[in-house]
Design a binder for this molecule. Structure first.
Ligand code: ACO
Length: 702
């Protein structure tokens, strides 16, 4: 475990620099919170003009403290923070909790950089600045200006929003969802989400890592640390509705919205993405109290037919569709319900279900090997007491002694049901007030298991490539002051990375074009090559299906004439001759250099699928072939590649290889390539391979 970060988050002693005797000031509140939370380490208020605060001796400087101090909560105005940091460093403090605002969030990045540099000179870490502070139930530590320690539990939350953290602190009591730690991460000048995931993964009091993220820093490290984590991670990402898709020069760039790229990164990280705040709580509740659902078989027990139908619908949406239970399970369950009940799935105990039926059926079902996850639904009835039902269910689950299989519960009713649910949560079983929420929670536990399996499958990526040629082409383009590569240049780079491009050659004259066409064999395609004409078809710069020398001659001259009409002063490199690949299933592969995650690849079906339906999927690069294969399967149009309506199956193995190679290429050239497209990439029948027809690379501005 990182000792320095441990010193910051679980300090043996803490100074409050800028402590105040005036109630209502942040420097006063932090001292008061430390006392009231029952913190057992030394609390050292620092203020040059006051002698005592809330009964504690006040020091003029941290340097006057006689004991060891691990952390300092800083509540002096921004202009004093550097002086205070220096003193903390000299004192040997490990970590600073910089509550003070007035840094990069208001544009003063210099002050923030100076703070981190100075802190690092002394080997200190910085939480913040611009944070609420940090809270920990297991350490009885409220080093913040949030009002109280949260309801105790085993999840830990890291929040980029201070205000939201304070709100969540209070909500833990009304929603009865417990947290061990709440950490406000603020401007993330130093300690970031990757650091926190790593540290919380090793924290014995945390078993679910809950994150509220506005924007990640060090996106790739976040993925790496999350992949290594052995605990569930659930993320609420704010700001997924719009992104810098504006003015993208490539197809891929225009499709790489914040959700597309973050969503891919979270999947790769093995993190579950919550839809909203309520969902964040629901997921946290399930993941912090229950193990993952390792198999596909979900059984639902209910006392209401309608609720059972609702739950069946929800199960499909939640990725855990119901199957009928095997005969032996049904036979046994029939012993625990009236004759007019149903032992299929959902198991309907009917409105007559009392404590015993709930207990016996739950106990039997939960213990049965076929059942991988159990959801129990209860609608409040006049004949039953919700608390009694809750206790029966808890008893049944406990009696099985099973700990590696999940159960979630829903109680639909009034105040008595709410109290019963609260009791269940306090006793380790996630309970929700709607059937769909209990089923969705089970879906989350299933997703967690799937994500864990996916993590285990990652294999190393290594391809041979002629990097030297690729970099020479790029250097040449740069020397001409360009960032857009021509199709010929882009294809040469693709080829250097082993991507199967259609035969393409630049012709400098009409005769040259005919010679190349004869070499390739008819039919061929002719296209204008000019860095000034990106949209070649719009300029009349493309002629397809040319069958003879005469066709080539005519096309050559027409293309040049059209190009000049389109843009009189265009820099024309010539006309390219291209083998005319037989048309088949069109796909698109592309890349963007995402500001947070770097090289990121996209895959989708081409033509109308990408233009209109935007049926594409992303991954932060590089990716293995098996990861690429998953991308092929996760687009909506995936069945087309498997062969639908009499079509034969496409060569998915070759396509996955090409996609992984492409990801390798854009990772290898990530310092240069801004966006790229291979569009279309033709995918032939199984065994017949893949061909990249058109290529586009756009370099980063320098
Ligand atoms: N060493 C020790 N104490 C000092 C020093 C020093 N070098 N210099 C000043 N002090 C004392 C002051 O004398 C004062 O104590 P007093 O009450 O006895 O006079 C105390 O430190 C605080 O200084 P003030 O000048 O009174 O500053 P104030 O308390 O008004 O504000 C604060 C300081 C809270 C850090 C403010 O600058 C700030 O940044 N506020 C925003 C904090 C915030 O919201 N952070 C979280 C963002 S997330 C969210 O929005 C929820």
């Amino acid at each position: 475990m990182d000792d320095v970060l441990t010193g910051l988050l679980k300090p043996k002693g803490i100074a409050v620099v800028g402590a105040s005797a005036t109630p209502g000031k942040i420097g006063h509140t932090v001292v008061k919170n430390l006392i009231e939370s029952g913190y057992q380490g030394g609390i050292y208020p620092i203020n040059p003009t006051v002698d005592e605060i809330l009964g504690l001796k006040v020091y003029k400087s941290v340097l006057d403290i006689p004991d060891q101090v691990d952390a300092a909560a800083i509540t002096v105005p921004a202009k004093f923070v550097l002086d205070v940091t220096k003193e903390c460093g000299e004192k040997g403090i490990k970590g600073l909790i910089v509550i003070t605002s007035g840094f990069s969030e208001v544009g003063d990045t210099q002050l923030e950089e100076d703070l981190v540099r100075l802190a690092h000179e002394y080997g200190m870490r910085v939480l913040g600045p611009n944070v609420v502070g940090t809270l920990s139930n297991s350490d009885k530590l409220n080093a913040s200006f949030a009002p109280f320690l949260p309801l105790d539990g085993s999840a830990s939350l890291v929040s980029q929003s201070g205000a939201l953290l304070i709100a969540i602190d209070a909500i833990t009591y009304t929603r009865r969802i417990g947290f061990d730690k709440l950490v406000s991460i603020g401007n993330m000048s130093d300690v970031n989400f990757a650091d926190m995931v790593k540290w919380l993964n090793e924290d014995e009091n945390t078993n679910c890592i809950t994150l509220y993220i506005e924007g990640l820093k060090a996106g790739r490290r976040f993925i790496e640390e999350s992949v290594k984590a052995k605990k569930p991670i659930v993320v609420l990402k704010a700001g997924v509705s719009e992104h810098g898709a504006a003015a993208a020069a490539s197809h891929t760039g225009s499709l790489a919205g914040a959700q597309a790229v973050y969503g891919a990164a979270f999947r790769q990280a093995g993190a579950i993405q919550a839809k909203d705040l309520g969902d964040l709580f629901d997921c946290t509740l399930a993941l912090s109290l229950q193990p993952p659902m390792k198999g596909e078989n979900l059984l639902i027990i209910t006392n209401g037919g309608g609720v059972g139908v609702l739950a069946t619908d929800s199960a499909e949406l939640a990725g855990v569709p119901l199957k009928f239970a095997p005969e032996d399970v049904q036979e046994e369950l029939k012993q625990h319900m009236p004759s007019f009940g149903s032992a299929k799935n959902p198991v309907d105990l009917t409105g007559m279900a009392g404590n015993d039926w709930y207990h016996d059926s739950t106990k039997y079902a939960f213990a049965h090997d076929w059942v991988d996850g159990l959801v129990v639904l209860y609608c409040e009835t006049a004949m039953t007491d919700p608390m009694e039902i809750a206790k029966s269910l808890h008893k049944a689950i406990t009696e099985t002694g099973i700990k590696d299989k999940p159960v979630t519960i829903s109680f639909v009713g009034g105040e008595r049901s709410d109290k019963a649910m609260q009791w269940l949560v306090e006793n380790g079983i996630p309970a929700y007030n709607a059937p769909d929420l209990a089923v969705k929670a089970m879906g989350t536990l299933r997703e967690y298991a799937r994500l864990e399996d996916m993590k285990a499958e990652t294999d190393p990526v290594n391809f041979d490539a002629d990097t030297k040629t690729a970099r020479e082409i790029i250097a040449n383009v740069r020397s001409e002051g360009r960032t857009g590569l021509t199709e010929i240049e882009s294809k040469k780079i693709f080829k250097a990375y082993g991507l199967p491009t259609v035969k393409t050659q630049l012709a400098s004259s009409e005769e040259d074009a005919i010679k190349i066409a004869e070499e390739f064999g008819y039919p061929v395609v002719l296209k204008i090559v000019s860095p000034d004409i990106l949209h070649k078809s719009d300029a009349g710069g493309v002629k397809v299906n040319l069958e003879s020398d005469d066709d080539v001659r005519e096309a050559y001259n027409t293309i040049l004439k059209n190009a000049k009409n389109y843009k009189a002063n265009a820099d024309i490199h010539g006309v390219l001759v291209q083998e005319m690949a037989p048309w088949t299933t069109e796909t698109i592969i592309g890349s963007v250099n995402d500001p947070t995650f770097g090289a990121t690849v996209m895959f989708g079906l081409g033509g109308i699928f990408v233009e209109v339906l935007k049926d594409v999927t992303f991954r932060v690069a590089p990716i293995s072939e098996s990861e690429a294969a998953k991308m092929l399967d996760e687009i909506r149009g995936a069945p087309i590649l498997d062969g639908t309506r009499g079509e034969t199956r496409r060569d998915k193995a070759a396509l996955a290889k090409v996609l992984a190679r492409y990801a390798f290429m854009v990772t290898d050239l990530a310092d240069e390539v801004f966006e790229s497209d291979a569009n279309p990439v033709l995918v032939y029948e199984e065994g017949e391979g893949v061909k990249v027809v058109d290529a586009r690379i756009i370099l980063k501005e320098q």
